[in-house]
Design a binder for this molecule. Structure first.
Ligand SMILES: Nc1ncnc2c1ncn2[C@@H]1O[C@H](COP(=O)(O)OP(=O)(O)OP(=O)(O)O)[C@@H](O)[C@H]1O
Ligand SMILES: [Mg+2]
Length: 377
């Protein structure tokens, strides 16, 4: 029998826990052709949420394009990935798709070469000069908009891992996207990513093209009642006995983190499925197992931190929710120095995506790393 708890892969449909409110709100945004910045720390479920919405989208009404920018290192990669994502949505034979490309992107098409990969999908090679980047992108975005209008549909263009564009040599993509999307009344643009400091610099900095151009949509951890229902049903459906208070313990330990509750449940399920019962020590065993597996990664991360960063992380791993990190006692007890030093350290740790500010408090993002620190120090 297959383990019903999935981690590390995109989850949709019956494998998606909760998120009804987010789905409803984002679906309204799409309907309203809203421009949205969707963000959360890593592994909170942005891609899963977006894919779930895309699967349910009425193709008679909408033309969606989903671009994963993770592999994009240059402006040319961006253009190639956008072309590929567009072609994926054209459900026509290759010859017809090529014709659509020729009609839709007059400026881009001569610079493209097509091939078909082993899976039968189209692949693209783009050869453009630096000076052509802006006009090519303008041609593409205008072309996509016209194509959508011609087909009497609304558009949804999703750029996942959008922070990648901050590593490009120039800000041509940023500028072009901003100026084009403003004029596309029937297209919802969704920019999704996890690097808060980069995204905030792009979207909340008055000197940047995207300033005040989008609605900001933060994806939080999951709700206790949603996780409870999800865990209970998955164990019940696979005929494994589990006590309600045990489910609450899992939720407590995983701190409602979408990835970690799935990871922990996955391990507990593996231990229980042969005897159809969850035993009391399975939660500790699951956490131990995950910690063991991740130890080399944590060792690595640890070795790259400064002594002061380590001190703050150790302190954060032990801090109680009612304690204030900026208190005088805290700074003295951990020998950190003035508040300004602490602020600088926190900024550095946030940049490394090890901590995040939530409800005014700083917290470690990786709950197993936190437990590892509690155990080791
Ligand atoms: N709503 C959810 N229900 C159940 N599991 C979820 C949910 N959201 C996320 N997960 C779990 O978290 C994992 C990561 O989800 P996903 O890749 O969608 O997150 P992400 O925010 O896009 O991450 P990244 O920032 O790394 O791209 C999934 O494999 C799954 O185990
Ligand atoms: Mg993702």
């Amino acid at each position: 029998m297959e383990n019903p708890f999935i981690y590390g892969e995109i989850v949709t449909g019956k494998n998606l826990c909760g998120r009804e409110k987010e789905i409803k709100e984002l679906s309204r945004d799409i309907e309203n052709s809203q421009k949205v910045l969707l963000f959360s720390p890593r592994r909170h479920g942005k891609t899963s949420l977006l894919k779930d919405i895309l699967i349910c989208l009425d193709r008679k009404k909408y033309f969606p394009i989903y671009v994963d920018l993770y592999p994009a290192l240059t402006e040319t990669d961006f253009i190639r990935l956008l072309a590929k994502a567009f072609s994926r949505e054209i459900t026509a034979p290759v010859e017809k798709t090529i014709n659509i490309f020729k009609e839709t992107f007059r400026y881009l098409t001569p610079k493209l070469s097509f091939s078909i990969n082993k899976e039968g999908n189209m692949e693209f090679d783009v050869s453009i000069e630096k000076r052509d980047i802006s006009p090519v992108l303008e041609d593409m975005l205008e072309g996509i908009n016209t194509y959508i209008e011609k087909n009497r549909k609304k558009g949804v263009i999703i750029f996942d891992e959008f922070q990648q564009i901050s590593y490009f040599e120039t800000d041509k993509i940023e500028k072009e996207l901003r100026s084009q999307m403003q004029t596309h009344r029937n297209v919802s643009y969704i920019f999704s990513g996890s690097k808060r400091h980069i995204l905030m610099d792009m979207f909340a900095n008055p000197n940047k093209p995207f300033y005040k151009s989008t609605k900001h949509f933060l994806i939080n951890k999951l709700k206790v009642e949603d996780i409870f229902k999800f865990i209970k049903n998955k164990f019940l459906d696979t005929k494994i006995k589990i006590q309600d208070n045990f489910i609450n313990e899992i939720i407590d330990v995983s701190e409602c983190h979408p990835f970690y509750f799935q990871y922990i449940c996955h391990e507990i399920w593996e231990m229980s499925f042969s005897n159809h019962e969850v035993l009391p020590d399975y939660l500790d065993k699951a956490v131990e197992k995950i910690m063991e597996r991740e130890t080399s990664t944590y060792d690595n991360v640890w070795s790259l931190l400064t002594v002061k960063q380590k001190k703050v992380l150790i302190a954060l791993s032990k801090i109680e929710p009612y304690e204030k990190i900026f208190s005088h006692d805290f700074l003295v007890e951990h020998n950190i120095g003035p508040v300004s030093t602490l602020q600088r350290i926190l900024k550095g740790l946030a940049k490394k995506e090890l901590i995040d500010k939530s409800n005014g408090n700083y917290e470690m993002l990786d709950i197993i790393f936190k437990k590892w620190l509690q155990k080791v120090y």
